[in-house]
Design a protein around this ligand. Structure first.
Ligand code: NOJ
Length: 535
């Protein structure tokens, strides 16, 4: 157990993910930018979040909207200049907030100078910086590995007559992380940003970095169904999650540790037991291997409660938990579970033990916006058109006010704004005490000031088909009881023998607030309460 002073900013903070293209356009080109984010810092401070994670803002041909980087130490002119970045970092720090950058080490853009060199000839000094393989005798691909974005992961290069590997788009060739020169070059990139003073990184697809040396075929996935992405036809047992990845992570971590209190978050979609290895031996791996249980699981009380218990039990000693409800790759929470359950989800996210990450706009209840086929821009959507996999619906412009384009831009935005923006936006919801935004703000405020919610233990109380109940308790502080009805039917919580006494501090339904709790607790459909327990 740590004492309060041993907790660092990223244990106690609340992370807010900004997708910069869609946050605020300051120069009337329909695309969000860094100066736009600077203009909106007042809002973020008012909301109460204190760690900002930016999706990539580096130079990029934008084949994958910035996750295809052609210069790791620059800023794309669409987003502004390095001076704008420096100013953003300064003003964030002046407000006592932190800035996390997206770091994309698994692959570069095919327009990165390293790849242009590598593909120029077989004996180029950077040839081995990427993964090149000979064709089979009949010209076939080196193995059956698939790209996450559809089709084979191998692309033929006619000029040098070899295939290169790309786990994502063919415009995103994978770096060869077994090559020490690649490791050194990428650590230099991290150092560049650390020297500037960024507070850490969210490391893209961390579990993809190292592949099996022999490149064996991946086995078929027995659970594959036609509606699933084509990538899921195989189990990526040889192309991801290799043991040697942990050596790379510890190199990254040592670099971070040579600075003060910098954070490494890893993007890792793996089952709980495998995920835990990414904390590293003696917690010298990623500080926060992203925990996507709340994104991946069906919205079911029992399944979620079980996952929370399993996750809590699996954490290594000293490992700090974290929870995520949404991101730029997945459908928004209010579309996935409905707007009423999205309020429950907010309550869950902000009362579980561990660092929460909020995806921009979820605090307004923003929904996936239907994007007509001819307007789809996301390569994942375009490459697998019959599977409804476009990520554009979850990346639409932030809804600020009732003005043109929801206050996002004075010109037509790169993606359409939700038609409901005049009712659901920051300006309107700020004034409405019962809005999603007001609920988020109050939950954040409570979490930031109550030690039991910040660092207290998680004590499961009960869970059934409908409800989840738990207590958060830090010794010497007031404890909180959380009861969430994840169903659309009314539910009763039998409080006999449990001695849960207190008053309702925050409820999804305002009339419950202030109510004294002692006997049975009855909840309507989709209701949740946070009870401040009597001492
Ligand atoms: C994960 C990122 O979140 C996603 O947006 C991107 O397309 C892939 N990695 C490839 O970089």
């Amino acid at each position: 157990m740590k004492n309060a002073s041993q907790y660092l900013w990223w244990h106690t903070g609340i992370i807010y993910q900004i997708y910069p293209r869609s946050y605020q356009d300051s120069n009337a080109d329909g695309i969000g930018d860094l100066r736009g984010i600077i203009e909106r810092l007042d809002y973020l401070q008012w909301l109460g979040v204190n760690v900002i994670w930016l999706s990539p803002v580096y130079p990029s041909p934008m084949a994958d909207f910035g996750y295809d980087i052609s210069d790791y130490t620059g800023i794309h002119p669409l987003f502004g200049t390095m001076a704008d970045f420096d100013e953003l970092l300064d003003v964030i720090h002046l407000r006592g907030m932190k800035l996390i950058l997206d770091f994309v080490p698994n692959h570069t853009s095919d327009e990165h100078p390293w790849f242009m060199e590598s593909r120029s000839s077989r004996d180029n000094l950077k040839r081995d910086w990427y993964i090149w393989k000979d064709p089979g005798d009949d010209g076939s691909v080196p193995n059956n590995w698939l790209s996450v974005f559809g089709g084979s992961a191998w692309e033929w290069d006619e000029h040098t007559r070899q295939y290169y590997y790309h786990g994502f788009l063919k415009e995103q060739p994978d770096l060869n992380w077994r090559n020490p020169e690649v490791q050194d070059a990428m650590l230099e990139v991290m150092r560049f940003w650390l020297e500037k003073g960024v507070d850490g990184f969210r490391v893209d697809v961390l579990w993809h970095l190292i592949k099996d040396k022999q490149y064996p075929d991946n086995p078929p996935n027995p659970d594959y169904q036609a509606h699933m992405p084509t990538y899921d036809q195989l189990l990526p047992v040889y192309s991801t999650d290799q043991p040697e990845v942990h050596d790379i992570i510890s190199r990254m971590r040592s670099l971070l540790d040579s600075y003060d209190d910098r954070l490494m978050i890893g993007e890792i979609y793996l089952p709980i037991q495998k995920l835990m290895l990414y904390y590293g031996v003696d917690n010298k791996g990623a500080h926060l291997p992203f925990n996507f249980q709340l994104i991946d699981l069906p919205w079911n009380a029992q399944k979620i409660a079980r996952a929370v218990d399993e996750y809590e039990a699996a954490l290594p000693p000293g490992g700090w938990p974290n929870w995520v409800l949404g991101n730029h790759d997945r459908p928004r929470i209010s579309t996935r579970v409905g707007i009423e359950q999205a309020r429950i989800a907010a309550m869950l996210l902000l009362t579980l033990r561990g660092t929460p990450t909020i995806y921009y706009g979820d605090e307004l209840g923003m929904r996936d916006v239907p994007i007509p086929f001819e307007e789809i821009q996301d390569p994942q959507g375009l490459n697998m058109p019959d599977k409804n996999l476009s990520r554009d619906p979850a990346r639409t412009p932030m809804q600020w006010d009732c003005g043109a384009n929801g206050g996002f831009s004075s010109v037509r935005p790169w993606l359409r704004v939700d038609e409901a923006f005049e009712r659901e936006n920051v300006q309107v919801e700020r004034e409405d005490p019962h809005s999603m935004l007001s609920l988020y703000r109050r939950l954040i405020e409570l979490r930031q000031k109550e030690q039991s919610l910040i660092t207290g233990a998680y004590e499961p109380v009960e869970c059934n088909e409908q409800t989840i109940a738990y207590i958060r308790r830090e010794s010497g502080h007031l404890a909180f009881f959380v009861l969430l009805n994840l169903s659309n039917g009314s539910a009763c919580f039998d409080n006999e023998n449990r001695r849960i006494n207190g008053f309702v501090n925050i409820a999804t339904s305002p009339h419950l607030e202030g109510r004294i709790i002692s006997g049975k607790i009855n909840l309507n459909a989709n209701e949740g309460i946070i009870v401040r327990l009597d001492q």
